[in-house]
Design a protein around this ligand. Structure first.
Ligand SMILES: C[S@@+](CC[C@H](N)C(=O)[O-])C[C@H]1O[C@@H](n2cnc3c(N)ncnc32)[C@H](O)[C@@H]1O
Length: 273
């Protein structure tokens, strides 16, 4: 079963603390110890983590220091980001407390933080949570001022959001943001998208990570617990819950939103609380 993440140490070595954390995870092994082709390979390239997906032959960097992302952070571009419009709406200038309950690679969270939100990122896949935390730390210390300032408003938590949403209830949360994974071919078909268009390489690697995770952590919540997550989000958010969906996907858990912001690649359903 190709359920391993092989850590490859070439000329460049990982940060020692990062390596220690990764080595404690049952799904990570050193390259030479993995008997067959691993599902994912993890390497340090120019100081950042690179994941190679052997299923799709694609590579992604777990880093915010990428020109495509930095371009999106420019003030003129940021206001055009649909996630920013959906979460902040008319409350520009208010420093909203956002809980991103499905953090993934943290790309949406970064846009929200750049727009002034204080964002708590909750991710339940341990290896991803560790790499995400490292990416945030690196961004906090980089010399790109906008990126560094945004990253200083991001706080990473390794947890299942079904638990995190119920904890620390004294800490106020204005908005809960949900971007659950597209679940099945049937959902992407309903969504009117070809999987190749909808499931880009970031999504494909997140899906591979989720599959690896399910094989190593018994008792993990299944992917179809989104309805439960949604209920918890509605109960926790003081202002609203925002759900990212594929353009033609059905409403999450069949709930009609208060409003919707639709784009070509995604739709944002807004539920006022
Ligand atoms: C589609 S990705 C999110 C992508 C993210 N919005 C971004 O911009 O990179 C969904 C992520 O949510 C995580 N996730 C799903 N359910 C979760 C839960 N109950 N608690 C924490 N993380 C969860 C998955 O592990 C996956 O990494």
């Amino acid at each position: 079963v190709r359920s391993k993440i092989a850590i490859i140490e070439g000329e460049e070595r990982f940060d020692a603390a990062l390596l220690t954390a990764l080595r404690q995870l049952p799904e990570c092994e050193y390259d030479e110890l993995v008997a067959e082709l691993p599902a994912l390979e993890l390497q340090c390239v120019n100081g950042v983590a690179q994941l190679t997906n052997n299923n799709t032959k694609s590579r992604i960097l777990v880093s915010f220091n990428q020109s495509e992302l930095k371009r999106r952070l420019r003030p003129a571009n940021l206001n055009g980001e649909l996630v920013v419009r959906a979460v902040i709406g008319r409350r520009k200038g208010a420093s909203l407390r956002v809980l991103d309950a499905t953090a993934g690679l943290g790309r949406d969270a970064l846009l929200l933080a750049a727009a002034g939100c204080e964002v708590t990122l909750v991710e339940r896949i341990p290896v991803l949570a560790i790499l995400l935390q490292q990416a945030v730390r690196q961004a906090q210390n980089c010399d790109h001022e906008i990126l560094a300032a945004a990253a200083r408003r991001m706080y990473c938590v390794t947890a299942d959001s079904q638990i995190a949403l119920n904890e620390n209830r004294q800490v106020a949360v204005d908005v809960v943001y949900l971007d659950p994974m597209y679940q099945s071919n049937s959902e992407t078909t309903v969504a009117g998208l070809k999987p190749s268009a909808a499931v880009n390489k970031h999504m494909a690697t997140l899906q591979t990570l989720a599959q690896i995770n399910e094989q190593h952590y018994s008792g993990m919540q299944s992917a179809d617990d989104n309805a439960k997550l949604f209920e918890l989000a509605l109960a926790r958010a003081a202002s609203k819950v925002v759900v990212k969906r594929a353009p033609k996907a059905p409403y999450l858990a069949g709930h009609k939103p208060s409003s919707t912001i639709a784009g070509k690649a995604a739709r944002f359903d807004v539920y006022a609380c």
